[in-house]
Design a protein. Sequence first.
Lengths: 364, 509
Amino acid sequence: MKAYKIFIIIIILAFVIGCNEAPPLSVEGNSKVRLVIIGDTTVTGTTPSYMPLRNAKVILSSEYGIIIKFTDAQGKLDIDGLPSSTYSISARLQHPKYSNILLVGSVRDKEIISGKIYQDTIKAVQIANTGIAINEIYSCGPINNIFFFFDQFIELYNYSEEVRYLDGMLVMRVSGNNDGKGPGADEGNDGDIDGVTYIFKFPGKPGEKKYPFYPKTYKVLAATAINHKNSVSTSIDLSKADWEFYNQYSTSDFDNPNVANLINIRSDRTVDFLINLVADVIVLADGKDAVWEDGIDINTIIDGVQYASNTTMKKTIDARVDKSFTISPPRYSGKSMQRREPGGDSNDAISDWEIIPAPTPGKR
Amino acid sequence: MKHIMIIKNIFYSTLEEQLLVKILKSILIVLILSVGIYAQKTRTESMGGLTYSIIDREQSLTPYDFGGNPAWLYMDEKATFLRITPYLGNSWGAYRNKYDSEGNINIGTAFHGIKTLGTLGTFSGYTSYNYENRRNYYRSLKKDPYNGEAFYFADTTSSDFRYMGPKVVLMYSWEPLDKLYAGGFISYELLDGLKEKFSYAKTIYRNTEADAGLAYYLFDNLIVAGNFRYFDSQESIEASDVNLFDVELYYFRGDHFFVSKRGSSMTGKIRKTGFTMSSQLYWDDGNKLSIGLQANYTPSNSKLLRAYYSSSTSQSFSEGEDSYTSFENFDVQIKSQYKYNDNLLLGAYAGYFHNNSWSKITLKDLLIWKWDSKQFVAGIGGSYIISNTLLCGLEYEISKCNSDSSKFIDNINPSLSSLDYLVRTGIEYKLGNEIFVRAGFNFGKKQNDIMYGGKDCKIFRSTFGLGFPLSDVINIITGIQYLQVSPSNFSNVSRNYLNGFISIELKTF
């Protein structure tokens, strides 16, 4: 009978240990979103005049990636069946009359819960037109297995209707201030961003007009302006870049004499301008504040972008420069980051930027 | 891939039907895997797979052969033998699912020995080593992508994926008290998997099982038996590219939504645990009629674990549960054989299978998939000894399957019903003293193919085998079979399987 008892004990134990959980009462994929997008289309006067934005692009971003929809003729958008997550929603539309004005509105970190309806009205405002935007960042390196990533470049785009001038402008890598709020944050709330680690400058002084930047054109700023295909076949040719980062304090930085230089204004940095492959902050400023030690005045910043490898990484760049960060491609994948529309800058990187399969220096 | 998608679009008018096929396929895989490996049906496999219309020492209705209860090993196996079985299998064809490989090659060798120890009991040992190469396995890093869970674990490339490793089963049975038989086994399987292209994922799969059973002669011709089986498997996956590239993995929740994660080294773990409670009844009138009955209940669960977890609200370096799937399977089966006269044996079989499952996202505690499937199978058949040298058999089986599914996250709620039939025929011809030639043929039709999703599928299977003695103590049994499944609503598409084995049986060791 002993065997019987053992057998019964085993069965009872199995019931206790192995009992499965009860299924959840709530089901996934049952969220509903009801949005109305209105925009301020005023061109004269100071009183905003909001009207529904027809065919506005609405971008919903969450851990599941990005969903892009368009509003109907009444500026409404209904979406059913979304999975529960924390969403950031932005809406954008080119001004009906002025192509250089972008109407942008957004809400951030909204918990959309299955079984419930999320309703909101998003007010789009006219984005201040700085005219120049960082349009493409190629940081991850080409496909290779020898740690090669020296073909990095940053591309600028003049999306305004008039000629701009690059004289005295600054291009910065902001990766310091890690003991504080993080790279690109306003440490001390004194109206500037902190953590500048590399700062390179266009020739001239702000306000001068020696280096024109014509409307609807690109400028490619290469880390090293050579044909990198000679080193790695999967790389790119940057020998015809418009500008080259040249560190005059370095003994080894190669200088292509046929390409104009941005020069280093931090003498303690003696290596070439290189940016992190998958996570960094890049800032373009007009150069009126070049004293990087106490931070760069936010009012002088033309554009700034933070990129990161993961949606759960900490966003550090000041919200006045950009409200979010974009996702970078994997290291050594040969992919690049580019704005969805040339110069389309709503100061909301997650919806402004996308990953493209290959870098496109100087073009779409 | 485009080709496959075109095919699928023709098979199914809706995504719902495609989804349901995946459910049913997973059920079938579970059923196939649940077939005991301890009783290799070497003889009947070559005779078209006859199962209940033939008298065969490996196909009896006892708790061991029919129900897999180790307690009855002592009574079932009365002779010592060692069987060495090298085998080779290949499959190919465009008729497959999204996360299937283009084809599989299986090579291995199995050793199965029975040692009778007189009144001390009977010992059975089984060990095998298997090599499997999945050609152009599409993205999935899971060993079994269609096992009923709502989660896929994928990277970005399709590539050959090979699995290799041993399996060991040790079984013992004895008679502790008069008319009471006890037995048990432990099983351990280890597979090492490697993806041959980016992301060069490595898999360590281990599966352990333990079983304990009792059987009792209630009356002289009635045996009641029961056994309890616990199983635990774990699949650890690590994707870490040797060329410094970042690895990007996709945790699919349902068919469309996924969370992608990236890093120089990404890991995931799938753990499945559960148990089976089985009971068997065997009655033999000692003359003409015998009946075997078994019922099995298997609750189990599967968890997808992440080594590192972070979200906008929490962050942890400890292993966390990403998703959870619950399974519940119940079946009851009955087989009977009636010896009409010395030459004619009649057989019948009926089975009812009920499986259900649900999956949730653990962190959010939200149900994302729920499915339920019921299948009823009935079959009759007979075998006839035409002469002293010729035996032939015929079986006809019909099955009806109904399944409902609600994939909440994808807003897909399909229902599917299928009425299928299968005919098995087989012959055995005695050429000379203990020299046998065996052959068989199957034809079946499936209204909805639960494996790959076609409609009105035709199944052809032909088998051939030889059995002959090499000496007084060595028997050779060989077999080869070819199986083709092809949907009738799309020409030139099929899935083909070719398998063969040679079994060398030593009557003493």
